[in-house]
Design a binder for this molecule. Structure first.
Ligand SMILES: *[C@@H]1O[C@H](CO)[C@@H](O)[C@H](O)[C@H]1NC(C)=O
Ligand SMILES: *[C@@H]1O[C@H](CO)[C@@H](O)[C@H](O)[C@H]1NC(C)=O
Ligand SMILES: *[C@@H]1O[C@H](CO)[C@@H](O)[C@H](O)[C@H]1NC(C)=O
Length: 335
């Protein structure tokens, strides 16, 4: 019975000891400085490994820049001036006085900015057509690590899409990303570009290195479209009929009206050719056509003055007639 009791106490004491010191005991008495590195491919790197305990040897194991075990020092440096080993996994090790060996691994990220970033379109040559769907392509060549790569698409200065990658490969790869677009008339002449950015975290270069493609100007063909299908205009000396409308390629114009004797191909009809009536203008390009009707009326103002003048004329005639009649019916009164 008592045996069990002491057994339990002993067990508790051991568990307590492990709990208090366990994490410490499991740790290797080595400090790496810095604790992780981000290095440009072919760049240089130096990391210190130090210890504060007595030991039977300390060293660096690595495919490049290994440091042989040394007994007399407390700090050794892993140093490579041109790091070209993509999957190097250096670690520092120590032989402790109690005969154990332990080691500390150094996480190394080797990066390489892309050789080129280019943008292209997969369409047959020539402008795009409004409302159709097209694919833009971005080619990123020879970049590492792809896990930290973000490919961003910009329309003008606006970010419109971005892609990241989950591949864990450490060596450089090529990546192709596509963007679907459905351009409209307002997109004619707009510029797209793509950008490859390497986000390497706090240890990496700041700001994150990036390579941008040349801009790609999108040309869009669209048919003419008037803002209104008809317009009523009161005739006057200054009035012209303007059928000009934006379209790509630029439209040609035809006019149709009973009032017109000649064929007109300009987008504007001058007042000299106008009399009241309907004028239909048709703007046409390779993408389609759009018509607009101008309804030309004699002005309300003109009508008003015509009535006033007619009234005055009638009044004058009536008064004149009355006076003449009076003279004729009573000749004595004058003489
Ligand atoms: C590594 O140790 C050397 C020598 O003590 C020191 O000059 C250097 O600054 C250390 N480097 C880092 C990154 O701590
Ligand atoms: C970059 O990649 C490393 C692994 O190489 C990862 O630990 C880190 O979180 C990544 N950083 C970003 C910002 O994606
Ligand atoms: C004139 O345009 C308006 C709307 O823009 C439309 O409702 C109307 O029917 C058109 N009139 C003619 C004669 O085309």
């Amino acid at each position: 019975m008592l045996q069990y009791f002491f057994g339990l106490v002993y067990l508790s004491a051991v568990l307590l000891y492990v709990a208090l010191t366990g994490t410490h005991a499991a740790e290797c008495p080595l400090q790496l400085n810095p604790q992780r590195v981000v290095v440009r491919y072919n760049g240089s790197v130096a990391v210190n490994c130090s210890t504060s305990v007595q030991h039977d040897g300390i060293g660096w194991e690595a495919s490049e820049g290994a440091v042989p075990m040394s007994l007399s020092v407390s700090l050794i440096t892993w140093r490579v001036s041109n790091l070209r080993e993509w999957d190097t996994e250096p670690f520092c090790f120590i032989n402790t006085k109690d005969g154990d060996q332990c080691s500390s691994y150094l996480p190394v990220t080797i990066y390489k900015t892309p050789d080129s970033v280019s943008i292209s379109t997969l369409n047959p040559i020539g402008p795009m057509k409004e409302g159709n769907q097209y694919e833009l392509q971005c080619d990123v060549l020879n970049v590492a690590p792809v896990q930290n790569l973000t490919v961003k698409w910009y329309k003008r200065e606006t970010l419109v899409d971005q892609t990241t990658f989950t591949d864990t490969i450490k060596t450089p790869v090529d990546k192709t990303v596509t963007l679907m677009i459905r351009p409209d008339r307002s997109d004619d002449g707009v510029q797209y570009r793509c950008e490859a950015e390497l986000d390497l975290g706090a240890e990496g270069p700041q700001p994150p290195p990036k390579v941008t493609s040349k801009p790609l100007s999108v040309k869009v063909y669209y048919k003419p479209k008037h803002s209104s299908s008809n317009e009523t205009i009161n005739i006057s000396n200054e009035v012209t009929l303007n059928c000009t409308v934006k379209a790509n390629p630029p439209p040609t114009y035809t006019w149709d009206s009973e009032q017109l004797k000649e064929k007109i191909t300009s987008s504007v009809l001058p007042s000299s050719k106008l009399s009241p009536g309907n004028y239909t203008c048709i703007a046409t390009n390779s993408q389609g056509s759009d018509r607009k009707v101008f309804i030309v009326r004699s002005t309300a103002r003109t009508t008003f003055w015509a009535i006033v003048i007619a009234g005055v004329v009638v009044a004058v005639l009536l008064i004149g007639g009355y006076v003449a009649y009076k003279r004729k019916s009573s000749p004595n009164s004058v003489i």
